[in-house]
Design a protein around this ligand. Structure first.
Ligand SMILES: [Zn+2]
Length: 99
């Protein structure tokens, strides 16, 4: 699959230019998994982090994505503030993987 996509983000802009990103590629489900999309080769493409987030917003709506990010942040904070644990600073700034 990575070979099929040329180890490059498969996002194509409106002007027909393909995203040149080759680093930090993620799997993007064309048919969203949460909506019953199959985890098959043909349903998965490579996307850079930015475009995977962009696609997620398109699939789920910006509100859902913003809420998911806020929820993830909150649960991380709750865990970090749990008694007996020392909050690690990177927990607050770590990028939220969207799955
Ligand atoms: Zn991209």
């Amino acid at each position: 699959m990575a070979r099929r996509d040329g180890h490059q983000c498969t996002f194509v802009a409106e002007n027909g230019q393909r995203c040149p990103a080759r680093g930090k590629l993620e799997f993007h489900h064309i048919d969203p998994q949460a909506k019953g999309g199959p985890p098959t080769l043909s349903n998965v493409t490579l996307c850079c982090k930015a475009h995977n987030g962009y696609a997620a917003e398109a699939d789920y709506g910006t509100e859902v994505v913003a809420r998911r990010i806020a929820e993830a942040r909150q649960s991380r904070r709750a865990r970090a503030l749990a008694p007996g644990t020392v909050p690690a600073p990177e927990l607050f700034d770590a990028a939220t993987p969207f799955t």
